[in-house]
Design a binder for this molecule. Structure first.
Ligand SMILES: [Mg+2]
Length: 146
């Protein structure tokens, strides 16, 4: 199977964790942009096309849930995977009701992350494709060919 590189935005206030996980994801063939808080996350989304955001819930200042709400409002097609500690799974599930694709317990298991990431990429790609086709149909109708 051909691996299509995905643009991932990795958001976590633990810089060592971001560096380590970025390296592993890049080794696995993806393009990773780091961010260390909610504001930096939104600033990056405004500048770079991103497919999937991996988003820590517990961050100082704007937390992951606040950031998630903003992401879904401004970029509804971007998929979000939440990172959560053992004590906050309820928050993570609340996040899924706000539009997050799924969540992962910290410390994140890389294999599990890869599995969720593949599913999130697939949903993003399918949705992008449906929109492209709908836009093409609309263009054809405007042209009077249908
Ligand atoms: Mg944190």
């Amino acid at each position: 199977m051909i691996h299509v590189p995905t643009n991932i935005l990795l958001v976590d206030d633990e810089k060592d964790f971001v560096e380590m996980l970025s390296m592993r994801l890049e080794d696995a063939g993806d393009k990773v942009t780091p961010a260390y808080d909610g504001h930096m996350c939104l600033e990056t989304l405004a500048k770079i096309p991103i497919d999937v955001v991996i988003l820590d819930i517990k961050m100082p200042g704007m937390d992951g849930i606040q950031a998630l709400k903003e992401i879904k409002l401004r970029y509804p097609l971007v998929e979000v995977i939440l990172l959560t500690g053992h004590g906050t799974t309820e928050t993570a599930i609340a996040g899924m009701k706000l539009g997050a694709f799924d969540y992962l317990l910290k410390p994140a298991d890389f294999e599990e992350l890869q599995t969720i990431l593949e599913k999130a990429k697939l949903r993003k790609a399918e949705q992008d494709e449906r929109i492209r086709k709908a836009e093409a149909r609309q263009l054809l109708r405007r042209g009077g060919n249908i």
